[in-house]
Design a protein around this ligand. Structure first.
Ligand SMILES: [Zn+2]
Length: 297
């Protein structure tokens, strides 16, 4: 079943919900990056969170979530954009894709242990003007809690965030999430009600694995209150790397560094961290880059 994301609003205007099934995307990333189980759970949760927040993007805006921690994973990144008004493109990576740690005492992936203490940085890039950057200290490193903390601290939106990745030795079995946000002017009890429902419902991945639809996920958090569905997106892996971007990055290293490359290696290889595409530049191509730098100066 292809991945999808839907948004809905309570008819009384008290909260909105975005729900997503991200199993295909996370399975794709797991295979591409050869992520170990704990690393795949961490990247999968961050990707799912980013994809859900991606439903708030407009036009050419972009959103990047970066976690830097002192645990063995060191860092994970996810970013999203709108490929079309109805399609969200996402990608992600882990600095240490081979990290695997024992399950925690509840028999779940110890994502918090693998991430450690650190920070979540969220960057929203707009079509024009400076990007907005919000940074929060990690609460638990479990990612869902950390995104909720970011939404509360940086965007002043009380939210409930539930993200999950279910994996077995064969790969990713189910992945998805729900974010419910209190809308301006809503009753103060709204967030408590949403939190109680989130605690009472089975984990998102248990629901998806049992065949739940996105609408079932929305209903599980919305409860008896009627909701109106507002948007429906396809979700696909999208990498924006290109040879041109690689050349620009190499140019940014400067003349000395490029000349050192020429002396030390026959050819220069740059591998995209997100999709693993390898870009190879011959001796002459690196030389041409140096000439471009000279022409500029
Ligand atoms: Zn790429």
């Amino acid at each position: 079943m292809p991945d999808r994301i839907v948004t809905a609003t309570a008819v009384d205007g008290s909260f909105s919900v975005v729900a997503g099934i991200t199993t295909e995307l996370v399975a794709d990333m797991q295979r591409r990056l050869e992520l170990a189980p704990t690393a795949s759970a961490a990247v999968g949760r961050l990707l799912t969170g980013a994809a859900l927040l991606g439903a708030s993007l407009k036009g050419k805006e972009k959103l990047t979530l970066q976690i830097a921690g002192d645990g063995p994973l060191r860092g994970i990144v996810a970013d999203v954009q709108l490929n079309t008004p109805d399609e969200i493109g996402a990608r992600g990576y882990a600095r240490r894709p081979d990290v695997d740690v024992p399950l925690n005492e509840r028999g779940k992936f110890d994502v918090g242990g693998a991430v450690g203490k650190g920070f979540l940085q969220v960057t929203r890039s707009f079509e024009v003007g400076q990007p907005y950057v919000g940074i929060v200290e990690l609460q638990t490193g479990e990612i869902g809690d950390d995104i909720a903390s970011y939404l509360m601290t940086s965007e002043q939106i009380p939210s409930v965030v539930a993200l999950g990745v279910l994996a077995n030795p064969q790969g990713i079995k189910a992945s998805g999430g729900v974010i419910a946000q209190v809308l301006p002017g809503a009753d103060e009890a709204t967030i408590r009600t949403l939190e109680e429902r989130a605690r009472a419902m089975p984990p998102v991945t248990t629901q998806i694995d049992a065949g739940a639809t996105l609408e079932d996920l929305v209903t599980a958090i919305a409860g008896p209150l009627e909701v109106r569905y507002t948007r429906d997106y396809a979700l696909v892996f999208t990498c924006t790397c290109s040879r041109e971007r690689v050349e620009r990055a190499l140019l940014g290293l400067g003349r000395d560094e490029l000349e050192k490359m020429l002396r030390e290696q026959e050819r220069t290889e740059a591998v995209c961290e997100f999709c693993k595409t390898a870009y190879v530049l011959s001796h002459d191509e690196v030389l041409a880059l140096i000439e471009r730098l000279e022409a500029r100066s």
